[in-house]
Design a protein around this ligand. Sequence first.
Ligand code: GLN
Length: 238
Amino acid sequence: MSTNKVQIALVLPDLLGTYGDFGNAVVLEKRMTWRGIPAEIVNIRFGEPVPNSCDIYVVGGGEDTAQTLAVRHLRDHPGMQHAAARGAVILGVCAGIQIFGESFTRADQVTHPGLGLIDSTSHAGGSRAIGEVIATAAGGLFEGLLTGFENHQGRTVLGPSARPLAHVKVGTGNDGSVEGAVQGRILCTYLHGPVLPRNPQIADLLIEWATGTKPAPLDLPAVTRLRTERAKSAGVPL
Ligand code: GLN
């Protein structure tokens, strides 16, 4: 921990934060403070420097223009990449998975360099992937099903240094077969919802990576109800 609190950087919420993705930072903070682990959210807005001292970085989704502005800003202010190099925990959602890779090709066919945090490339597919997603853990990384919803045109190809987060049962994810990416302590997904309120097991995995300790169980009936309801609406009972 860099201070006496676990610092959660909410990165460029003014550019990258579709579908309430800021809620991922709120869930991390709440799931830590409810267990007596001091934590705080640090907002990093467009135009501001990006500190390299935070423990967890959270990046949300955004459309092509917003993500291009964001990637330029993050390349000019490489605090998050420096933090990644010392093992900080990073969550990237949708535009996040695209800008974390080596490059992404937008729907207008222009290719932009990414941040090089994960071994992947992304390109716009022929159609948008929209709707509920259900996926199962790849490599036993987490328990239960991954649920969320997607709205993106990008398709992502992983290189050998990145592994998928999950296998798609319903929906598209990266390519209709696998969903998300994990490389070291960087975890990416196409899923909104936001993803962490809908998948507290992923929130706790990130907390474990950041604190070095498996967090105590925290069962919230409202979360179980939400997950059951959404999985049912996607046609897959939990
Ligand atoms: N602009 C990207 C796409 O459409 C990401 C969209 C998003 O983050 N929801 O593929």
